[in-house]
Design a protein around this ligand. Structure first.
Ligand SMILES: [Zn+2]
Length: 309
């Protein structure tokens, strides 16, 4: 039996990269191709930035875990009991090794606890979402099966049991959180999710032309088309971009610790001084650098606050 999903589409990955790379042009309506569900979170500047922040957290954690939501060779067996689309329908899910079916014994002890994907919050929130949001299932007259999800903002799911470390219960942004997981889930299910990468030079997300080959050593890590050409000639420029990005992050770490009191002095100078305690020798910056990059620093601080609240 062939299961038709509405999102078997490379465009999902392209849209995801676009979303992760920068704020969305407002007034544009975003749809996941072929899904037919509008994204309520993407209406309005504040809301869409919160949504983007959540999606960034999900995708970076997924990449940190080696582009997986669960440890190597584990899988969750999910079965539906009851009539689909009815209140009595329930999902049952068990985490087990993929060898489970063959051997007949539960291999959970064999899950490698050093695997970053074993300890992560990622699969817990992923399965919590799946538990709360039942897919819509249609059995068609020709015997084919359709699966689809309704936007959580429209179906008002119950509150999550599992939350990632950056969201507190009672956050006013639960709809954005739920929709960001739905986007993430459809992205994973696009069959092309593995093509998404982040450039080590400019930090931008991009879509690979083809899957990285197994066993090939990408010495310098993934780099986007733009940086590939200049990788050898203008590597310094890329290093500069990356260095700037790291400095902005460092500045954002201490930005909120400054207080408008006399012994703190000017904010730019105080932040520069704090940053210099962490920067390698010979790379010290001045208050002037902080002033020049104030906008970027504040944007980073705001992004983090959104993700937290
Ligand atoms: Zn790049």
């Amino acid at each position: 039996m062939k299961i038709l999903t509405f999102n078997d589409n490379l465009e999902v990955v392209e849209n995801t990269a676009r979303l992760l790379n920068g704020p969305l042009p407002l007034s544009q309506h975003y749809w996941l191709p072929l899904l037919g569900v509008g994204w309520t979170s993407l209406r309005g500047e504040e809301s869409s930035e919160v949504f983007r922040g959540f999606l960034l957290e999900l995708v970076s954690e997924w990449m940190r875990c080696g582009k997986r939501v669960m440890p190597e060779e584990t899988t969750v067996y999910a079965s539906g009991v009851g009539l689909p689309n009815s209140d009595r329908f329930a999902w049952h899910a068990h985490l087990a090794s993929e060898k489970f079916l063959k051997s007949g014994k539960i291999m959970s002890q064999e899950i490698d606890q050093n695997d970053p994907a074993a300890q992560t919050w990622l699969w817990r929130v992923y399965w919590d979402w799946n538990h709360r949001n039942k897919p819509n299932v249609w059995f068609r007259h020709d015997g084919q099966l359709y699966l689809n999800y309704t936007s959580p903002a429209q179906s008002r799911p119950s509150t999550p049991d599992m939350l990632p470390p950056f969201i507190e219960s009672g956050s006013p942004y639960m709809n954005q959180w739920d929709e960001s997981i739905l986007w993430f889930l459809l992205f994973l299910n696009s069959r092309h999710a593995q093509l998404l990468d982040r450039c080590v030079h400019c930090d931008r997300y991009f879509v690979r032309k083809r899957r990285p080959q197994r066993g090939v050593d990408y010495k310098r890590g993934p780099n986007c088309g733009k940086c590939k050409g200049r990788a050898s000639i203008q590597r310094t420029q890329c290093t500069r971009d990356r260095r700037k990005h790291q400095r902005v992050k460092l500045a954002a770490d201490v930005w909120g610790q400054w207080k408008p009191m006399r012994h703190y002095g000017r904010r730019a100078n105080w932040v520069a001084e704090k940053m210099n305690q962490k920067l390698p020798e010979g790379q010290a910056i001045t208050g002037r650098w902080v002033t020049q990059h104030q906008q970027e620093i504040e944007a980073e601080v705001q992004r983090r606050n959104h993700a937290k609240s």
